[in-house]
Design a protein around this ligand. Structure first.
Ligand code: SF4
Ligand code: SF4
Length: 685
């Protein structure tokens, strides 16, 4: 179809485009390689293959925004189809007589059925692509969907503020429209024998524009010329994710969700961009800039200046300015001035929602912890509440400024002896945690756990003053040294004890004991108390005497039990056995909304204005019960001592006392089993 001179021009342009594309991707790979080592990945080919399947079926995007995800899926398949369409277009241009219209009847021995099928798919996909891209352009430029914007207080790269992302989207949107229309027109102009039933869209355009040899050439050049411009452009735009996101997904974290990377020995943490691991440099190139992570971020909801997506977008722009632009010095600007503000760094609750929802396997939260690590080393003045907690943890082994010997005081108040696991062998070593050990609001529940364990014949003991804070939140605050000190103290205590299994009441302790102590040689079987209680009931060691059908309950999945460790079943199974009327909250299980306490937030001295995540959650809980009869008591059930505090406060501050009551699941189990009152034995001397 093309003339000789056109063929020469095409080949020159194609080689030039390939050169720019190669340069673009080489620049990206070089910048990724400058990142620090990441945890070792196992079986990379299988992992990449698995990611390829996920991407092919678009599995990861359906975690949120279902309708838009379905349209995106169509767009994705449309673009895949167009990769083949473009190849055929090039062949039609370069190979004389190679023409697919009318089933390729002018090609000798052409498989007509196959060609017709291809033509039909390509034609229908062309229409779908135009519809899908129009939806996305309307969403961004006409409806101006707020989900694609950032709060005013979020640190943004000046180019993003000036509309860089929108320009990228517009460029690619216009490309898709021009490219598709030009391709279909180039087919339409060739329909010399009237409509082709397998090319309805092209036939429709043919009925309007007719046949034209010049039209075929012009349309072909517009369609394929755009491709030669857009492919090199993609490596320099946010649409790098077309290529980088499947790779990123294939190289995503393989360690347990609840295990943070061990910091580097020299200059730990991250001050500059290339202090991050290479994998997290790659994250920024893979980022779709969809803001799904921002949607689920409790800190962002709370009005704090944190947006995990802005963090990735800023990283990307910083890299672009330094590698493709003329500002290599931009990489010498600290991350806290170029990608995330210090206030945002300290707003993160480490809830993992951003990482879980990200369709391309990004870990903005891990960046934040690394930045915290370096900020502490560099002497950043942290919130006084956090400072006090860390000081107390260093001296007392707990964050509540309590003497070590007071840790087991509640146990001495019980009417039966609670074994000291560091002095006599036990089957179950109960790691109680700070809040459950010291907080007067929670201790009645701690005692109920002990009583139920005792009644169920569980051979258990605690470590009394030998237990220290597990260090989960200390590590997430960025105090790796103190975390290691706490691990060492607990490991020494475990060394004195003989036990088969650890049981915890606190999901935060559960997480680090299960997932991070193995990094320090401590591999234990660790269970949350909901699992232990369920087992006692299922084995008939605890008997449910009273069905609690007078309660309407909803349940909050704590981040460190649920999203981090998949502990969704045991609490729900327990509630089912107790006979309560159960109502699932809209945001549940993996999609649960953080109470706002994690990552050291519970220690913060200053409380920011605005609706706190826990307050929002209480309102959400009330919506689950509906309007019906209020004859039943409405309960908000928790399985984390910190949640007991957070949500009890939130019920008061939202003015919902009397409408909903916060209870630990243990209170319901105790009531069902027939233990109604907490133990009030005299305090031991
Ligand atoms: S871990 Fe949670 S609080 Fe932190 S950035 Fe991600 S979503 Fe936001
Ligand atoms: S980090 Fe993931 S979820 Fe967030 S904007 Fe980027 S691709 Fe979307």
């Amino acid at each position: 179809m093309l003339t000789t001179i056109e063929k020469i021009i095409f080949i020159v342009l194609a080689i030039t485009a390939a050169g720019f594309t190669f340069h673009g991707f080489k620049t990206i790979i070089d910048s990724i390689r400058k990142g620090r080592p990441a945890p070792e990945l196992k079986n990379i080919p299988a992992s990449l293959l698995n990611a390829g399947v996920k991407v092919l079926f678009q599995q990861t995007i359906f975690k949120a925004r279902k309708v838009l995800s379905a349209i995106h899926m169509g767009l994705f398949f449309g673009l895949i189809t167009y990769a083949i369409v473009n190849l055929m277009d090039v062949l039609e241009g370069l190979v004389p007589g190679f023409d697919l219209v009318y089933g390729g009847k002018h090609i000798p021995n052409a498989p007509t059925g196959l060609v017709n099928a291809f033509n039909l798919i390509a034609d229908v996909m062309s229409m779908f692509l135009l519809i899908a891209i129009t939806v996305f352009l309307v969403r961004r430029f006409i409806v101006k969907d707020k989900a694609l914007t950032y709060r005013d207080n979020v640190l943004l790269n000046p180019k993003v503020k000036a509309g860089g992302q929108a320009r990228d989207s517009l460029t690619v949107g216009v490309f898709v429209i021009m490219h598709v229309v030009a391709h279909v027109l180039s087919q339409a102009y060739r329909l010399t024998e009237g409509a082709d039933p397998f090319m309805p869209f092209a036939s429709f355009l043919n009925s309007i524009f007719g046949v034209s040899e010049t039209g075929v050439h012009v349309a072909w050049w517009v369609s394929i010329g755009w491709v030669m411009f857009i492919v090199p452009y993609l490596s320099r735009s946010k649409h790098t994710h077309f290529f980088m996101s499947p790779i990123n997904l294939g190289l995503a974290k393989q360690n347990p969700r609840g295990q943070l990377d061990t910091p580097a020995k020299v200059d730990p943490g991250a001050k500059f961009l290339h202090d991050l691991s290479w994998k997290r440099v790659l994250d920024s190139y893979a980022c779709v800039q969809c803001n799904r992570c921002q949607d689920v971020c409790p800190a962002n909801f709370y009005g704090r200046p944190l947006s995990p997506s802005a963090l990735e977008v800023n990283k990307r722009y910083l890299l672009k300015e330094a590698t493709f632009g003329s500002h290599p010095d931009r990489l010498l600007v600290p991350l806290t001035e170029s990608v995330i503000s210090p206030e945002a760094v300290w707003s993160c609750t480490t809830c993992y929602a951003c990482v879980r929802v990200c369709p391309v396997g990004n870990e903005p939260m891990a960046d934040i912890v690394d930045i915290r690590r370096r900020m502490l080393i560099d002497g950043y003045e942290i919130d006084s509440g956090v400072q006090n907690a860390l000081q107390s943890l260093a001296t007392n082994g707990n964050w509540m400024s309590k003497g070590k010997r007071l840790r087991g005081r509640w146990a001495k108040e019980m009417e039966f002896p609670v074994k000291n696991a560091t002095e006599e062998p036990v089957e179950h070593l109960w790691f109680v945690g700070d809040t459950a050990s010291f907080d007067e609001r929670v201790i009645p529940n701690t005692k109920m756990v002990a009583r139920l364990f005792n009644q169920g014949g569980l051979d258990f003991g605690i470590m009394y003053q030998n237990e220290s804070n597990s260090g989960n939140d200390v590590r997430r605050v960025g105090e790796e040294g103190l975390f290691e000190q706490l691990v060492e103290q607990n490991m020494a205590a475990f060394g004195k004890a003989q036990f088969k299994q650890i049981v915890t009441t606190d999901p935060h302790s559960f997480n680090t004991l299960k997932n991070e102590y193995p990094q320090f040689g401590g591999t234990f079987e660790v269970k949350h108390y909901t699992v232990t209680l369920l087992k006692l009931i299922e084995e008939g060691k605890l008997t449910i005497k009273n069905k609690l059908s007078n309660y309407k309950v909803t349940f909050h999945d704590p981040c460190y039990l649920g999203r981090y460790n998949g502990g969704f079943t045991a609490p729900r199974k327990l509630l089912e056995l107790l006979g309560v009327e159960f109502h699932e909250m809209p945001r549940n299980c993996e999609n649960s909304f953080c109470c706002g306490a994690g990552g050291g937030q519970i220690w913060m001295g200053k409380v920011a204005p605005g609706e706190r995540p826990a307050e929002n959650r209480i309102k959400e809980a009330l919506t689950t019960f509906g309007e019906g009869s209020n004859a039943k008591t409405q309960l908000f059930i928790v399985t984390c001592p910190k949640d007991m505090i957070m949500y009890s406060d939130a019920v008061k501050t939202t003015g919902n006392e009397g409408k909903i009551e916060v209870r630990d699941i243990i209170q319901l189990v105790a009531e069902a089993v027939g233990i109604e009152e907490p133990i009030h034995a005299p305090v031991a001397a």
